[in-house]
Design a protein. Structure first.
Length: 142
């Protein structure tokens, strides 16, 4: 049970880090004030979820998990290449696409670790909801 909990929380942490890195890479190029505010609000939510995740991991003696180097590199390359030629529509597309990938990854982790503690599962669900909400909020900008 504890191992499943630690693994689920570590996967959540890696996902949050990917989300924050993507949004941080996009924000400087966003012109639309409404889109910019939605992204900033999401950063605040992600940071709170990260804080909660790290707190739970620490209580269990678990280690934080960074996203894989390959995933970070591919995300950075895709984001920077598209944003160099893109606009707010491109930014919204990249965020929505990243959220959708994050939801799939988090659902896979949630299902892979069925013995995780209820609190860790709840945190994973909060993160999934956050990603789904952010993805949906990007649709008017696509």
């Amino acid at each position: 049970m504890q191992q499943d909990t630690v693994h689920l929380l570590a996967d959540c942490s890696a996902g949050i880090q990917m989300a924050l890195a993507t949004i941080d890479g996009i924000l400087p190029n966003v012109k639309d004030p409404t889109l910019r505010q939605k992204l900033k609000d999401s950063v605040s939510t992600h940071r709170q979820l990260r804080k909660d995740t790290l707190s739970m991991l620490s209580q269990l003696g678990g280690q934080d998990k960074a996203p894989s180097t390959m995933a970070k590199s591919m995300s950075w390359l895709k984001t920077n290449a598209k944003m160099a030629l893109g606009d707010d529509t491109t930014a919204a597309y990249l965020v929505a696409d990243g959220c959708d990938m994050g939801v799939k990854s988090l659902c896979r982790s949630r299902n892979r670790y069925p013995s995780a503690q209820r609190e860790a599962k709840a945190l994973a669900e909060q993160l999934i909801d956050c990603e789904e909400t952010l993805s949906a909020s990007m649709r008017p900008f696509l």
